[in-house]
Design a protein around this ligand. Structure first.
Ligand code: ZN
Length: 656
């Protein structure tokens, strides 16, 4: 049966947890104003984006060629989407004049038939829809639709919605079944997600049908994108596409037949998210089964402990099972945003809480790491190990930056992180006909009306060794509501107390289920253990053999040079080392604890480059901080995985 799990309106959700609240506050205070200046080429020292200027030229207000990356229109769309979520939550009204100016430019840049992509309008009108592999027209359309739906919902603005509808209608005329229509599909998936959102807002069925069509036609033989590349010859927009293969954009098989995560990680996540959307809307079991298998392949074999994905530094893509190098991978911020999107949709599709363990892993680690605490510096690539001196341009490490950047030539990540933070409430709560779902144990509140009963929930959660979340529940009206509280994988031995009485709610699909029917206030307490824990990787993960990572609750921890000295590769740790939960550095946002423990530093005793060893171990007091907060102080080395000092003889004898 079709699930009806949806997110309450963002305006009904308020986040109060200090760490996330501070990042969200920065979205309107710094991130959006800063990005607006960048999109308008007004930040000294930052290479021009040309984003807004391209819209002006396409609208005929300025003269000149298109500049910047082919799909840089999407930076404006994601900026608008981010602001829409802020407005829905009652913040960012001071940016409305900028939004209205931008919407006016977007509308003016749209061609009479609905076409909208400044690159082709300005420079190559003759090539519209003819280079789907590289042109990103459908990708841009998808981001416009997402922005339009969000902005319309937040403000009632009709102009941007009508721009999106005109473009969607044009795409419905150009693509689809029939010899008169283009048999292509997106080179970078995204329009499917936008079409589903537009369908859910307008209930115009052809948008949903086209999203499904794009998934059904993908992977058919002969391969449309490969044929197109042969036609376009050497005129590459992206020179690296010279060695393009059909797995890169997930066209090697029809999506319903795909079982392993292949190719470009962001493309993959957007496509899997769209597959989950269509599986839900169309009750398509084939797509659902593919999603289940793809999710397992990603999270059980191809994902970093930080929720990063895409382990090849070249072409930002998946490689093979258990190939997870720590210093030269990609782990694009957008890919982890995409993993959160995919996980949220899988939870809606299956009703299972387990997907939120991964959503939380991606959010609390890689996505958080992707942005500076002030909101105006960003990581595109998220390494688990950094030695700043070897991150050299024009080398195989050129993509790895040891400090967050002010902007990028291809600037997909900054606004993607922005829209994720601005809409974080969507990952905290969900509802269906009879239940409220608490998907993250992050301090916040929500109000919702379910089966005619008003429910207000206020949660205060504190992550210490003894975890405690207090819920103030308030019911208004006659009837009952089910409360489903996700029990995270990191919480040990949970117990509940309701109004002073211990209770043992059943756990279904990873949620503790409580029936609430008493009008008035109730007080619920969830407790459990969350001791810091050492984590090892599967033996097949070559990069992590004989190494340990440290985790606490949903947070993966790392060592930074500023706390622990340089050359972190010398650090060893015993697997039974006890870890102390200590106050965090006040220089870091939120008040997450630091973890302190005694490690060992190994000296080889070799003075020259090579020589006879005279190993020496000395004890060193070490301090780990959450990986999501790394590089918010003095830049330097960082490492998540530490070498384990294993008692080799004990291990051998224990096998007897
Ligand atoms: Zn990105």
């Amino acid at each position: 049966m079709k699930s009806h799990i949806v997110v309450p309106a963002l305006s009904q959700i308020k986040l109060t947890e200090p760490l996330f609240a501070s990042y969200i506050e920065q979205v309107t205070k710094k991130l959006l104003p800063y990005q607006w200046e960048v999109l308008n080429d007004r930040v000294p020292g930052v290479k021009p984006s040309y984003c807004v200027s391209n819209f002006r030229i396409a609208a005929g207000l300025e003269q000149g060629p298109h500049r910047g990356v082919v799909f840089c229109d999407t930076d404006a769309y994601k900026w608008l989407e981010t602001l829409a979520y802020c407005l829905e939550c009652g913040r960012g009204r001071e940016l409305l004049p900028a939004a209205e100016e931008l919407i006016g430019l977007i509308a003016a840049a749209q061609e009479p038939d609905g076409y909208l992509q400044t690159y082709f309008t300005i420079d190559h009108p003759e090539l519209k829809w003819k280079n789907l592999t590289e042109g990103h027209e459908l990708y841009g359309a998808g981001h416009l639709m997402e922005a339009a739906v969000a902005f319309h919902r937040a403000t009632g603005n009709e102009t941007i919605l009508q721009v999106a509808i005109r473009l969607a209608d044009l795409i419905c005329r150009v693509f689809g079944d029939g010899p008169e229509r283009c048999q292509g599909y997106p080179g970078h998936q995204e329009v499917e997600l936008g079409l589903v959102k537009l369908y859910r807002l307008t209930r115009i069925r052809r948008y949903l049908d086209l999203a499904r069509h794009f998934l059904e036609i993908r992977g058919r033989r002969p391969n449309y994108l490969m044929q197109e590349l042969a036609r376009t010859g050497k005129d590459r927009i992206f020179p690296e596409f010279a060695d393009y293969d059909e797995k890169y954009a997930q066209t090697h098989l029809p999506p319903a037949e795909q079982r392993t995560a292949e190719g470009h990680a962001v493309r993959a996540m957007y496509m899997y998210s769209a597959m989950a959307d269509i599986a839900l809307e169309c009750e398509d079991e084939g797509l659902k089964n593919a999603c289940l298998e793809l999710w397992r392949n990603v999270t059980e074999r191809r994902m970093y402990i930080t929720g990063g994905i895409g382990s090849s530094g070249h072409l930002e893509r998946f490689t093979t099972d258990y190939d997870l190098p720590n210093d030269r991978m990609y782990c694009e911020s957008c890919a982890s945003v995409g993993l959160m999107m995919f996980g949220q949709r899988m939870a809606a599709l299956t009703g299972s809480a387990a997907y939120y363990d991964t959503v939380e892993r991606a959010l609390c680690n890689t996505v958080l790491a992707g942005v500076q605490d002030q909101g105006d510096r960003y990581f595109y690539v998220n390494p688990l190990e950094v030695w700043p001196e070897n991150c050299l341009p024009s080398t195989s490490m050129a993509h790895v930056k040891p400090v967050r950047q002010r902007w990028f030539d291809v600037a997909c990540c900054p606004a993607n992180i922005g829209r994720t933070l601005a809409s974080l409430g969507q990952y905290l709560y969900a509802r269906d006909e009879k239940s409220l779902y608490v998907n993250q144990l992050i301090s916040s509140s929500v109000t919702e009306r379910i089966r005619g009963v008003g429910l207000r929930l206020e949660m205060q959660a504190e992550l210490r060794e003894a975890f405690r979340a207090e819920f103030l529940l308030e019911l208004e009206g006659e009837g009952s509501v089910m409360l489903r509280v996700r029990i995270p994988a990191w919480l040990e031995g949970h117990s509940f107390v309701l109004d002073g009485q211990p209770i043992r709610p059943a756990v279904e699909n990873g949620y503790a289920v409580l029936a609430l029917s008493r009008p008035g206030q109730q007080h619920l307490v969830l407790t459990g253990q969350t001791k810091p824990r050492w984590v090892a990787a599967n033996s097949r993960v070559r990069a992590d053999q004989g190494r340990l990572a440290l985790a606490f609750g949903p947070y993966v921890y790392c060592l930074e040079q500023t706390d622990n000295g340089d050359n972190l590769s010398q650090i060893y740790v015993r697997p039974d080392t006890s870890v102390t939960v200590a106050p965090g550095d006040p220089a870091l946002p939120g008040n997450l604890p630091a973890l302190r423990f005694t490690g060992l530093r190994l000296e080889s005793g070799v003075e020259k480059l090579y020589g006879a060893p005279s190993f020496r171990l000395t004890e060193q007091q070490l301090c780990a901080i959450p990986y999501g907060l790394w590089c918010n102080r003095e830049p330097g080395e960082m490492s998540v995985w530490l070498k384990a000092l294993l008692p080799a003889l004990d291990l051998l004898s224990s096998g007897d």
